[in-house]
Design a binder for this molecule. Structure first.
Ligand SMILES: C[S@@+](CC[C@H](N)C(=O)[O-])C[C@H]1O[C@@H](n2cnc3c(N)ncnc32)[C@H](O)[C@@H]1O
Length: 142
């Protein structure tokens, strides 16, 4: 897969990532940012969700090594329907870049999506989206 674009590189650099973190990326096809995040969190884990089957197939292809190593996983689901599996630990950080349900383009979907994400994060978990410099943090009102 090609090198990370300057836009996505700036986003990943701005995320407060730490080794061992559990990260959720929403709308992460084709997996470019997620692969870099997977490297930065070391023994942590990133789950990438996307509602598009084509997008999920792209991530599976592009991040095959990270998936095989158990450092990245994928799930086809819309963020408005997302919930933790019973076996799944909550996430420390979530981010979404250019996803209409979270960047203000679809406010009603945004309310539902934000609620779903908040329920999947640890009590101190944080959500970042684009539209800041380069990111802005969403207040999860907890
Ligand atoms: C414009 S692309 C952005 C991809 C990547 N985040 C980036 O910035 O290059 C939006 C992606 O989000 C996915 N998406 C859009 N709405 C979604 C939703 N409600 N739930 C999950 N994925 C969504 C799309 O299928 C697509 O893969």
């Amino acid at each position: 897969m090609a090198k990370l674009s300057p836009r996505l590189a700036a986003v990943v650099d701005a995320l407060p990532l730490r080794p061992g973190m559990r990260v959720l990326e929403i709308g992460g096809a084709p997996g470019a940012a997620a692969r870099v995040v997977a490297r930065r969190i070391g023994h942590g884990h990133i789950l990438v969700i996307d509602r598009s089957a084509t997008g999920i197939a792209q991530i599976r292809r592009n991040a095959a090594d990270e998936i095989a190593a158990g450092r990245l996983s994928v799930r086809q689901v819309a963020v408005e329907d997302f919930e933790l599996l019973t076996s799944e630990e909550p996430f420390d950080l979530a981010f979404a870049i250019r996803v209409g349900a979270l960047d203000g383009r679809h406010p009603r979907a945004g309310v539902l999506a934000t609620r779903r994400i908040a329920a999947a994060l640890t009590p101190a978990g944080r959500l970042f989206v684009d539209g800041g410099d380069p990111l802005r943090e969403i207040d999860l009102a907890r």
